[in-house]
Design a protein around this ligand. Structure first.
Ligand code: F6R
Length: 256
């Protein structure tokens, strides 16, 4: 596991954008896994600014609310359109977001997994993290082997996401999310976390035991997972000096 600490979210988002840009240059038909939320906003802005070629790229979003039509302003379809897809040359049929309006959700989830496999798997999965350690919408106690499926949000997550809706009561209880097993199958993971309210979850995920009570801790089992943090999100880690030294002294062949 690699931990990269940057002075602020602007610097960290620029590092994340350079990781994506490098992958797209090296592999123009790369498959990306993408999050929504506040965390990736600057990354997406930076990716738009870089004016990369997305014509052969395929994307899979982590999650979507059940029962929200794609046009709903708080849906993750809308979020992605607004923050990224409308500004890049990614063909619409190569951008996948789970269908929260589907009548047969289990079969939509199975199809999502099959589509990821058919594209050869996800090359780079970008993640945010909840203050309780959730990744995607895999809430604490989610199976560490889970695949794409329907999940019930905790009251904490519904409260945190009420900012995108008129009120907490309007936040759906159910979501479709890639599973932790789905995320562990990706070739590379880059988890972004900014702000003091993520510090505890980050410290437990990186330095605590692997536990379903902190789903992000499962990334300790991933062969190529990085945590890209600002100073405040890194503030509860014990081994920060070590992480900084490792990053500052990377051999050339390892530098991204
Ligand atoms: C969203 C997602 C979630 C968020 C997490 C943090 O697609 O997968 O796991 O990454 O809830 O949200 P923000 O970034 O809004 O703090």
């Amino acid at each position: 596991m690699e931990v990269i600490i940057q002075p602020n979210l602007e610097a960290a988002s620029a590092v994340a954008a350079s990781v994506v840009a490098r992958l797209l240059r090296e592999k123009p038909n790369a498959v990306l896994g993408l999050p929504t939320g506040n965390t990736p906003l600057l990354l997406y802005r930076e990716l738009v600014r870089l004016n990369l070629d997305w014509s052969k790229v395929t994307t899979f979003n982590l999650d979507e609310y059940v029962g929200l039509p794609p046009e709903h302003p708080a849906s993750y379809h809308s979020f992605m359109r607004h923050e990224l897809f409308a500004h890049i040359n990614l063909p619409a049929n190569q951008a996948h977001v789970p269908d929260g309006m589907a009548e047969d959700i289990p079969s939509v989830c199975r199809r999502y997994e099959a589509q990821i496999r058919a594209c050869g798997g996800i090359d780079l999965q970008i993640l945010g993290i909840g203050a309780d350690g959730h990744i995607g919408f895999n809430e604490p106690t989610s199976s560490l082997a889970s695949r794409t499926r329907i999940k019930t949000l905790t009251s904490e997550t519904r409260r945190a996401n009420a900012r995108f809706f008129g009120s907490e009561a309007e936040v759906p209880h159910h979501v479709i999310t890639m599973g932790i097993g789905t995320i562990l199958d990706t070739r590379q993971v880059l988890l972004l976390a900014f702000g003091q309210d993520k510090a505890r979850a980050v410290a437990e995920a990186v330095e605590g035991p692997v536990t379903a009570m902190n789903p992000a801790s499962a990334l300790q089992m991933h062969p190529s997972a990085g945590f890209l943090l600002d100073e405040t999100a890194a503030s509860e880690l014990c081994k920060t000096e070590y992480y900084r030294w490792v990053y500052d002294n990377k051999p050339d062949w390892q530098k991204g």
